[in-house]
Design a protein around this ligand. Structure first.
Ligand code: SF4
Length: 347
């Protein structure tokens, strides 16, 4: 499979199901967002604004201008009005849900929990802010991270990158950073169905990838604390990393990269989750630009003589035509997994 970068979400998707990874990150097929995740986006945005308000105060400025809410006087603002404005914006974007008054109430409640639980320790306004919403896109400069793929559009080559956005980076002292990440969902590893304990969080791919990135972005920092705050399921859990953790993290990234790169037939992780949680197990290619195929075999997820699910049809075509033909035929319009090198180009 073509892989040019890893995010914690793509890493976790691959742990959950290699076929789902292929559909989402190689073919660019997206699943519609769930209402719970979209409420989480609203809560994150409100907390991000609070972090920028504090950063504006640290910089001894008076106004923070947000892309959704507009100018905010950092000495005199109403948090509920900020949450309402963010809510209005996102509910007008995510029109595929039926939003109710309870959803706004939940968003307000969850923001309030995030800033008051643990005696307000995780209220961004009580922290020394280094960077809210820290984006990273870090190319791994190691020989093992090199890739080269022949594609219909030419040679695609380069080094693996890790990408993502970290909710909040705060400074504890001159040698220590604390990363704060909020979760509004359950404290579950969806790949295994098991609860995430402190011990399991120590090796959580998201935490380790973020640690690797933050260590590259802030190389002078010796200690990195990662606090993941499950607002609705157990509160804050903190894991500490230092530079001696980097080889293990790099090995984790390398193993995942090599496994994905060397896959020619992504495996299907069939379970009850296919028809309950996975968009590709619940839908077919009817009404899309791709012709749907009618199932003709016995003992498949979908019944004989019905349309195959998207997942089944792609598997069927990989078996029949090979993965490269499937990539050429099924990649979503406008989607690319990376930058292509034009044939003959030296760039
Ligand atoms: S339907 Fe099941 S096997 Fe297919 S992509 Fe979804 S989770 Fe994986």
């Amino acid at each position: 499979m073509i892989i040019t970068y890893l995010r914690s979400s793509s890493f976790n998707t691959h742990c959950f199901c290699a076929q789902q990874y292929f559909l989402e990150y190689v073919l660019g097929m997206r699943s519609p967002s769930g209402i719970k995740a979209d409420k989480g986006t609203i809560v994150h945005k409100a907390l991000e604004i609070l972090a920028y308000i504090k950063l504006t105060l640290q910089n001894k400025e008076n106004i923070y201008t947000d892309d959704i809410v507009g100018p905010i006087n950092v000495h005199d603002y109403d948090l509920d009005r900020i949450i309402d404005a963010v809510y209005q914006y996102y509910t007008s974007q995510f029109k595929h849900h039926s939003w109710s008054a309870k959803d706004l109430k939940d968003c307000r409640l969850w923001v309030n929990k995030a800033i008051t639980d643990h005696n307000g320790t995780f209220d961004p306004r009580n922290r020394n802010i280094l960077q809210p919403e820290q984006h990273f896109d870090i190319v791994i400069d190691k020989p093992w991270a090199y890739y080269s793929y022949k594609t219909q559009s030419g040679i695609l080559d380069g080094n693996l990158a890790i990408k993502g956005t970290i909710d909040l980076i705060t400074e504890v002292d001159e040698n220590t950073i604390e990363i704060v990440d909020w979760k509004t969902g359950r404290r579950l590893d969806w790949a295994t169905g098991q609860e995430k304990t402190l011990e399991k969080l120590q090796n959580d791919p998201q935490l380790r990838i973020y640690h690797y990135a933050v260590q590259k972005l802030y190389p002078h920092m010796d200690h990195i604390i990662f606090t993941i705050n499950f607002i609705n399921d157990g509160g804050a859990f903190s894991v500490c990393y230092d530079k001696s953790d980097l080889p293990k993290t790099e090995n984790m990234i390398r193993q995942k990269f090599e496994t994905i790169r060397d896959t020619t037939r992504p495996s299907l992780n069939k379970s009850w989750k296919c028809t309950k949680l996975c968009h590709f197990g619940k839908t077919t290619f009817e009404n899309s630009h791709i012709l749907p195929v009618i199932e003709y075999r016995d003992n498949q997820i979908c019944a004989k003589d019905t349309f195959m699910t998207r997942c089944e049809q792609i598997k069927h075509d990989i078996d029949l035509k090979g993965i490269n033909n499937v990539i050429d035929e099924y990649t979503s319009p406008g989607y690319t997994v990376g930058k292509y090198k034009a044939p003959g180009s030296a760039e």
